[in-house]
Ligand binder design. Structure first.
Ligand SMILES: [Zn+2]
Length: 198
């Protein structure tokens, strides 16, 4: 009887452990990851570095690659270009978050958004016209600005990675989504403004 009780306890514990593991897994999926930055300029640097590499990929795969560029005339974005862009965005996001699943999803969605743009240009038969009209540099710029706008180019909200950064307020030590140039959260900024006035 004792053995039976022990056995069922082991099974029960294992079941609980399995459920806990599953909850952590699901939480990871539901909660988007965060990257802790020292200050706002570090967050800006993170994005600048990613976009700089996106630009390098486009130079290599659109401007300097005659073979791929020729195929763009009927494919829009080619498979090799898609793969290179996905990999570039993924690498940067993964380096910051260490979350492969999320980084892969965002990188894939970014390229899917580009595919949507090219597909609609194809459907309306505008692509052939645009391809004739523009230089490789212009098409590269079009793709570059699309990626920046989609992810976060500081011009609009909401956008895909705007919730990625978190900071520690130097004054109240709270973890927050925004700090000003003196490393202060909004609440502390308001209090300090009020104190200066009185
Ligand atoms: Zn604060």
């Amino acid at each position: 009887m004792e053995r039976l009780a022990l056995c069922s306890k082991v099974l029960y514990d294992r079941d609980i452990l399995e459920k806990q593991r599953r909850i952590i897994e699901l939480e990871k999926k539901v909660t988007p990851p965060k990257i802790r930055f020292k200050g706002y300029e570090d967050w800006e640097r993170f994005k600048t570095e990613m976009y700089r590499d996106v630009h390098v990929v486009l130079e290599k795969m659109v401007i300097d690659n005659h073979f791929e560029y020729e195929h763009m005339s009927y494919q829009g974005l080619t498979f090799r270009q898609e793969n290179a862009l996905t990999e570039c965005v993924y690498e940067h996001l993964y380096k910051g978050t260490n979350n492969g699943e999320w980084s892969e999803k965002i990188a894939n969605d970014t390229v899917y958004s580009l595919r949507t743009m090219f597909a609609s240009l194809h459907k309306t038969q505008l692509w052939a016209f645009i391809y004739q009209l523009l230089r490789p540099e212009d098409i590269s710029e079009l793709i570059y600005e699309h990626v920046r706008w989609y992810l976060d180019d500081d011009s609009h909200s909401p956008c895909v990675i705007e919730d990625l950064p978190e900071f520690v307020c130097d004054t109240c030590h709270a973890i927050v989504d925004y700090v000003n140039e003196t490393q202060m959260c909004i609440e502390c900024e308001i209090i300090s403004c009020y104190e200066h006035r009185t």
